[in-house]
Design a protein around this ligand. Structure first.
Ligand code: BG6
Length: 608
């Protein structure tokens, strides 16, 4: 996800663009840049890293002067964070900024290279600049319409044409973009926060629509060239700035919980684009040599690894060890021929995980990374990297990155099982179809009715200082993540326990009213788990039964049931994670905790 802004009016553009980018930095912060018409020439200034780097650069090089410009803050997708890959990108008379992913950019790039075009960056965005320039004769709108007609994927574009110094053009498909309408000035932005301090009035651009902005007016056209401005509703934003950055959600954590249907689709679907035989072929060309996997990570990423172990061993019968990175790096781990290490990390910068990666590599062991942040240290140093494409995750307590990490691990399990023929092609197809349906299953866990139940339970237990989560196998693994979530954000102590193990230890802590979340999605184990539930119920526990739909029917051992829509059993933990995340969120809210920045925690611990 990236942030784009644009300005055309009577004031100096540079300061307005930078201010807008500050408001959008939550959308990505790998690099930033602006392009301003200065003395009728487009001047581009851009820098890798945070927006502060660009500001420093402008301080040294001088701020561009001019009243028309575009700006961009980048969340790297194609092409790692670097100065040359930063936006804006220019070619010929075209300069633009882009948010989105052009899926057919390589074929477009090849055909443009065939016509003699040379490219400076690795980005898909630069290809768009070349394409628009290719079609540009004397009508900017026509050139844009023709170019986007050949593009597949998502885009929100802000475009300048060097021979139209008083105009700004914008178009979008599947990436957000609004057109702000001011007094004698107009704006474009990925999100309302970027323009809220200047105007609350805006147009939404729909697909196949193009906006042409001058200081005096905004005109909107359909791709047939018809002026549709009078048909478009001029909206008024009633958000406060703080709320706007969260897209109207009270906290980033809640926003990111709700993003999960979309982020799961981005984590899963691209791997299935070429069918079962194409799964992860680019990231993992050859898996024949893998005899054992060692998954190394920290925090929630390690919990994702536990679920990966369940799925990989169940489906592909490849032994998997899961290690805490800070332990692994000092344990002089036994790694031999046929081992491969998988490092999981949202940030790609966690010091312990990076150290573990380097240790494995020093022993000549192949290292694969499952990472969210493109171009991060772990992504760069791993032999192969599988990105989860979850977009910036701002809340310290991970939610969407966790479920996408697990989804990628399930995809890996499927690939290994197909390679090893431990499942039939029919079974592989069934699992693929079920994975494609996961976003929809997760969506159902975010219905108003379900949210109301989570809120009720969180309110009921918000002052209970002991909370247990029990389950077996994959249910225990997802319980570990649930316990982490509740502790991280609500500061209530919560312990995940293998259901069969409770009686050997801390069942002594189960007293009247102690909440005990029992997770049961594995049908082969559910009867055993029910026995354990009855053990805690007999000792006064308040039982929250998180189970696959139909499993609660006719049962009386629970106080509250949260039923999950059925899908492939192996995939159920992803669906189960969502109610627990949301329960933890509301518990933290009711306890008045700093949900997005819990005390003592950091989004990424880049020190030992
Ligand atoms: C912690 C975060 O600091 O690091 C957790 O609070 C995260 O949410 C853990 O799971 C590992 O971070 P990363 O970036 O390596 O996944």
């Amino acid at each position: 996800m990236c942030g784009i802004v644009g300005y055309v009016g009577e004031r100096q553009a540079a300061g307005i663009l930078i201010e807008g980018l500050e408001k959008l930095e939550y959308r990505g912060y790998d690099s930033a840049g602006i392009a301003v018409f200065e003395n009728r020439r487009v001047r581009v200034e851009k820098a890798k890293g945070r927006l502060s780097n660009l500001k420093e650069k402008l301080k040294n090089d001088g701020v561009p002067t001019g009243c028309v410009g575009i700006g961009h803050t980048r969340w790297a997708t194609h092409g790692e964070p670097s100065d040359v890959n930063s936006h804006p990108h220019s070619y010929g008379r075209v300069t633009l900024v882009h948010n989105g992913i052009i899926e057919n950019y390589l074929s477009l790039k090849t055909s443009l290279e065939g016509m003699g075009n040379r490219f400076a960056s690795e980005t898909d965005t630069e290809v768009i600049a070349h394409l628009i320039d290719y079609y540009y004769k004397d009508d900017p709108a026509d050139a844009i319409v023709r170019a986007v007609g050949r593009m597949e994927g998502s885009y929100a574009l802000g475009v300048l044409f060097s021979d139209h110094p008083d105009r700004l053009y914008a178009v979008r498909k599947d990436s957000p973009l609004i057109v702000g309408v001011g007094e004698g000035e107009n704006f474009i932005a990925s999100d309302i926060p970027a323009i809220l301090s200047h105007t609350r009035r805006y147009y939404l651009i729909d697909r196949q629509e193009l906006a042409v902005l001058s200081g005096k007016e905004v005109r909107l056209y359909d791709f047939g060239g018809n002026d549709i401005t009078d048909r478009k509703e001029l909206m008024t934003a009633d958000w406060d700035v703080e709320a706007a950055e969260k897209g109207g959600y009270a906290h980033f954590m809640l926003k990111e919980i709700y993003e999960q249907p979309g982020t799961l689709a981005r984590a899963i679907l691209p791997h299935f684009a070429c069918g079962a035989e194409g799964i992860l072929k680019e990231e993992l060309p050859d898996t024949a040599g893998i005899r054992r996997l060692v998954i190394v990570a920290c925090g929630s990423a390690m919990n994702a690894g536990l679920l990966g172990k369940c799925a990989i061993e169940r489906l592909a019968r490849v032994p998997v060890d899961v290690c805490i990175a800070s332990e692994f790096r000092y344990a002089d781990p036994i790694l031999t021929e046929g081992d491969a290490v998988i490092v999981i990390s949202q940030s790609g910068e966690t010091a312990d995980s990076l150290a573990a990666l380097r240790l494995a590599k020093s022993k000549g062991i192949p290292v694969y990374a499952i990472v969210n942040v493109v171009g991060s240290s772990i992504a760069r140093e791993a032999d192969n990297t599988i990105y989860i494409w979850a977009g910036p995750e701002i809340a310290v307590a991970t939610t969407k990155a966790f479920t996408s990490q697990v989804a990628v691990l399930y995809t890996l399990a499927l690939r290994l099982a197909i390679d090893r023929k431990t499942i039939s092609s029919e079974r592989a197809e069934a699992i693929m179809e079920a994975m494609k349906g996961l976003p929809g299953k997760v969506e159902t866990m975010l219905s108003e009715e379900k949210i109301a139940l989570y809120q009720h339970l969180a309110s009921l237990n918000r002052s209970k200082h002991d909370f247990f989560i029990i389950g077996r196998g994959q249910d225990y693994a997802v319980g570990c993540e649930g316990a982490m979530k509740i502790k991280e954000v609500s500061y209530l102590h919560c312990e995940a326990y293998a259901a069969g193990e409770l009686k050997h230890g801390t069942i002594s802590l189960i007293t009247e009213g102690v909440p005990c979340l029992a997770i049961a999605t594995d049908r082969a184990l559910v009867e055993k788990t029910i026995s354990n539930i009855k053990e805690v119920k007999a000792r006064g526990a308040q039982v929250l039964y998180l189970c696959t739909e139909g499993m609660a029917k006719g049962q009386d051992f629970y106080d509250y049931a949260i039923e999950l829509p059925e899908t492939e059993e192996m995939l159920m933990p992803i669906v189960a994670a969502v109610p627990i995340q949301t329960y933890a969120y509301y518990t933290a809210v009711y306890r008045g905790c700093d949900v997005d920045k819990p005390r003592n925690l950091a989004k990424s611990v880049t020190v030992e």
